[in-house]
Design a protein around this ligand. Structure first.
Ligand code: SF4
Ligand code: FES
Length: 315
């Protein structure tokens, strides 16, 4: 999976049936890449073979889910007949493609209004607009990560915008090369509905495929102060413990920072706080020491900065 959040998602109680989890373990693309290397597998030398069925069969609609706008486009391809949405021969629905953080489209002769948003900051702004009545949509697609799952926290780290664009284009390219582009044309999906789910939106389909979310932010404040000094000239250390930074080791940096400050009796020089996602997940772990914000922070580097801040105050 491109996603570190799915490690927690698969543990949700509704994804366990009669004591058996639906998904045993979630591996990110980074992890699977490392495992392939560690096992000494020469990927390029492998003989290609077909994926296992039915899970290995996909249409282009599934392929483009990884891009921001991809889910909307797949939905539109599915609903085109019903809503009288003209689908060009090349099946590209340009209206929902693009890179801007918030995109809006009106289709079906003005009857279908949709918004596509990526990045949680943009999502928050969109929610505010909807809640205040400033905007109204029939379909809203939210991707938490920049660009969608192509920029997920479990993916190999992207250092340039060009790399992200190239991932996005490769998914659209793969869609073009697929024999089928609409989810309803997938024979295995048809079979699944006939044999088990009855029809789209059936009670059974809701039970097995739908879920709901509730507010589960661990703490309502933006940050949690863990240690606070009494000196007049104090330096603030902020360590992000959001899911992505946490998985990249921020908890350890935080624990060792607290320990270092305590062992050296520097408590009066520093305020130390745990903070929550600041939308820079792909650059985590994110740590701020005073005004310096350190992306991809390493413990030694943070310790060094803290020592310098302490020395300045001791002098
Ligand atoms: S957009 Fe990000 S958080 Fe959402 S499913 Fe994709 S990788 Fe996970
Ligand atoms: S988890 Fe998103 S910035 Fe740290």
């Amino acid at each position: 999976m491109p996603c570190t959040a799915k490690k927690y998602e698969c543990k949700r109680p509704e994804f366990t049936h009669e004591g058996t989890p639906d998904v045993d373990i979630v591996l990110t693309t980074q992890e699977i890449g490392r495992m392939i290397k560690e096992a000494g597998i020469d990927f390029d030398a492998l003989e290609p073979e077909s994926m296992d069925l039915p899970m290995g069969f996909a249409t282009g609609a599934g392929m483009i889910f990884g891009n921001s706008g991809g889910v909307s486009e797949a939905v539109l391809r599915y609903a085109a007949d019903k809503f009288n949405i003209p689908v060009p021969e090349n099946i590209v629905l340009q209206e929902v493609r693009g890179t801007s953080g918030l995109r809006e489209a009106t289709l079906a002769d003005g009857n279908l209004k949709m918004a596509v948003v990526h990045g949680l900051k943009n999502a928050q702004e969109l929610c505010d607009k909807i809640q205040s009545g400033e905007a109204e949509y029939d379909i809203v697609e939210v991707m938490a990560c920049p660009g969608g799952c192509v920029g997920g926290a479990g993916q190999p780290i992207i250092s340039t915008q060009k790399q992200r664009t190239s991932r996005t284009s490769s998914l659209y390219h793969a869609d073009k090369t697929m024999p089928m582009h609409r989810a309803q044309d997938n024979p295995f999906i048809g079979e699944l509905y006939e044999a088990l789910l009855e029809k789209p939106n059936s009670h059974k389909a809701h039970q097995l495929l739908h879920t709901a979310y509730k507010h589960r932010k661990r703490i309502d404040d933006d940050e949690l102060t863990l240690s606070s000094g009494e000196g007049t000239d104090r330096c603030k250390i902020r360590v992000c413990v959001g899911t992505s930074c946490y998985l990249r080791g921020s908890q350890d940096i935080l624990a060792k920072t607290l320990q270092m400050v305590e062992e050296n009796a520097w408590g009066n020089y520093f305020d130390i706080a745990a903070t929550f996602c600041s939308e820079k997940c792909d650059k985590g772990p994110n740590v701020a020491v005073g005004d310096a914000v350190i992306h991809r922070a390493e413990l030694a580097q943070i310790k060094d900065l803290i020592s310098k801040e302490a020395e300045r105050r001791i002098k």
